[in-house]
Ligand binder design. Structure first.
Ligand code: 5GP
Ligand code: ZN
Length: 134
């Protein structure tokens, strides 16, 4: 019985790992690819976007793999609240003292490219343009 339990554990683990093997943000969390980190704790990681759209462009992610905002459930509410509360602190760390924009792309209509939930925190010094390009 114990053997069967262990077998199930390994099977479950390998399925979970397989699902996230190709996730670039999971690789950053696990130190497999580098990133310029600006904040880290047990639950979340913030780092500079590799292709910034403005002088300040930070990505805030949960360390746990959640594919998209479209996939969150009530069990993620505390984590999402923590992330949201961190946004102004990260803006302050980045010296975005005159304001910022928070963007979360989700799904194909939202043009989400990386399938690991992330908040974009974007700021100037100059005022940002219109919210959507067109
Ligand atoms: P999305 O379009 O999914 O909302 O945004 C994905 C963001 O992740 C893009 O702004 C892109 O520049 C950034 N990004 C993609 N790969 C990497 C990477 O390997 N390192 C970092 N720091 N940012 C990345
Ligand atoms: Zn991931």
């Amino acid at each position: 019985m114990a053997f069967r339990g262990k077998l199930f554990f390994f099977t479950y683990q390998s399925i979970t790992m397989m699902a996230h093997n190709d996730c670039v943000f999971c690789k950053i969390v696990h130190g497999e690819i580098p990133a310029q980190k600006v904040y880290e704790d047990d639950d979340v990681l913030a780092f500079l976007d590799i292709n910034p759209v403005a002088p300040i462009h930070v990505l805030l992610i949960p360390k746990k793999h959640i594919a998209s905002l479209a996939n969150v459930t009530e069990t993620d509410a505390a984590l999402l609240g923590k992330m949201m509360a961190l946004v102004p602190k990260l803006a302050e760390i980045q010296k975005a003292d005159k304001g910022f924009r928070l963007i979360v792309n989700a799904g194909s209509i939202g043009n989400q490219e990386v399938q690991h939930l992330h908040f974009h925190i974007i700021s100037g010094p100059e005022p940002l343009g219109r919210m959507l390009a067109n």
